[in-house]
Write a protein that binds this ligand. Structure first.
Ligand code: ZN
Length: 192
């Protein structure tokens, strides 16, 4: 999947989870950092690609990208598995603990969950592509949905650009439309 599809999928998943279980203690600072962490989580698995946007935006990222690619076993390997999710979840936890002293008003527990939701959304979205995802590493089998490879989509091709991406947009529009009053209520109670 393309980075923009992953970004959209990550915020969609975050929206679904949040609107399903609004958090009473949410502050504006936490909400902003959580959305940011969610977007990072949404593209984190692709740091195993030397051409990933994550690396492209760093001055010498290309070289780090190649090193990381080799370390994680190539594209769609460790970072695209439940094992990778646990590993990155732990690293994110350590990073958030380190940053907590400069983020007093931020609930790092919520931010951590937002990151994890972004990462899971990435694995789910990649499972819809022909390549599939090795969810159960070290068992080296790539899983995909639907199970029949022929029915899955190819990254960057028409079915992603004109199918998956617009569908996610429409789903978001519907999600925020049906939850309009709930959102207004949340904004009034917690963010104003
Ligand atoms: Zn990926």
């Amino acid at each position: 999947m393309l980075a923009r599809t992953h970004d959209l999928a990550a915020v969609t998943a975050l929206g679904v989870v949040y609107l399903g279980h609004p958090i009473e203690t949410m502050t504006l600072a936490t909400a902003i950092v959580a959305v940011f962490a969610n977007l990072i989580g949404g593209i984190t698995p692709d740091i195993d690609q030397p051409t990933a946007p994550f690396w492209r935006n760093l001055p010498v990222g290309k070289y780090f990208g190649r090193i990381f690619d080799t370390l994680t076993g190539g594209h769609r390997f460790l970072t695209h598995s439940l094992l990778g999710l646990v590993l990155f979840g732990y690293l994110a936890h350590l990073l958030l603990l380190f940053l907590q002293p400069i983020m007093h008003n931020v609930d790092i527990g919520i931010v951590w969950w937002a990151f994890i939701i972004g990462m899971i959304s990435h694995l789910v979205m990649d499972s819809l592509t022909k390549e599939g995802v090795p969810w159960l590493l070290p068992i080296p089998i790539k899983f995909g949905f639907p199970p029949l490879k022929r029915l899955r989509i190819t990254t960057g091709k028409a079915r992603e650009t004109f199918g998956v991406f617009p569908l996610l947009l429409v789903f978001n529009a519907w999600l925020y439309y049906v939850n309009y009053h709930k959102i207004l209520d949340i904004l009034h109670r917690h963010l104003v």
